[in-house]
Design a protein around this ligand. Sequence first.
Ligand code: ADP
Length: 397
Amino acid sequence: MSNSFVLVINSGSSSLKFAVIDSQTGEAIVSGLGECFGMPEAVIGWKYNGEKTEEAISAPDDHHQHAINRIVKLIDTLGFTSEIVAIGHRIVHGGEKFTSTVRIDENVLAEIESIADLAPLHNPAGAKGIQAAMTAFPSLPQFAVFDTAFHQSMPKRAYTGAISSDLYTDYGIRRYGFHGTSHYFVANEAAKMLNKSVEECSFISVHLGNGASVCAIENGQSVDTSMGFTPLSGLMMGTRCGDLDPGIIEFLLKKGWSQEKVFDALNKKSGFLGVSGLTSDARGILEAMENGHQGARLAFEVFTYRVAKYIGSYLIPLSHLDAVIFTGGIGENSLPIRREILNNLKLLGFVEDEKGNEDARFGNAGVIAKSELLGAVAVVIPTNEEFVIAQQSVELL
Ligand code: ADP
């Protein structure tokens, strides 16, 4: 049988991540990243067979197109061209229009562009990636997988803001949620681990990476999530503030801060970075904490406390709980952060399995705690969003 590989593209405003994924196994055959687009230092690098290569993009402009053209050449040199059956694009915002993965045509592309208002940094970049890929691979079918789609099952009471309903009808202001592909994937994997069908499972999925969000999943469907109208709300993140009293914005504006300065502070200078005054990276926080850095300790405490508070409150939408699922770079790897979150959940009966917690790291899934009280476990499941994008693209073919 010939392989069915999917080229997965995640196009950002100044970067483009890509991977050739085996849609049967989820294995990344080759993966890479183009960065610093729009600047003279634009580069593209990739990893193949454990070997890393990096190349400058010498063209003066349109770095998205040049990066994709280079990927075409790379795939050709590696001899995979005939095995690529589809291109799957990760698109951040699907608004209320896209509730699942779709095949891209001119109408879909126009819709993605029209949602740009809701995701001004991400959707235009995603559309750019699609256009460049259409030019480079005119005969291949292309699919769009949306970060928001999984959360379109949320009931009205969960996605409605407690604000004037005109703001929803006039501007579409509501909770959309993000990280949907990851929450969907880990929920399905956790159901397999528990030997149950995902339709009968209730989970609280906790994705902790540079961005972080919690999702309540009932019968396999998202019923609430902590990111909202934008990815700024909910948990504390690497550089984002998460939930915050909006009165602070008014206060800072009255202090003479510009709108840009306020939102730069909330998006890029908050979270781990802001609280610690040191770094946005969880590993850096943990290291500094061991060396007695007070800001790093406070960042660790605020982060873990807030994650636990969300887990507790996300029992509310569920009929029962099968598992709390940890995923994302921090959720998959950081034993001390998971331990502290579990410590904060003692009232829910969670008792850590210390060996399980040590073993479930660096790509290994496993059970890390149990609650007799809730009849639930806490598990670690490494996420694989690219696999979902490849699988769903091939399913739709
Ligand atoms: P993104 O949201 O950009 O995809 P990731 O899911 O890769 O991010 O998560 C990045 C975060 O994971 C960083 O804060 C990083 O420090 C953290 N991380 C990765 N490995 C470890 C580890 N071994 N211990 C603690 N944190 C880790």
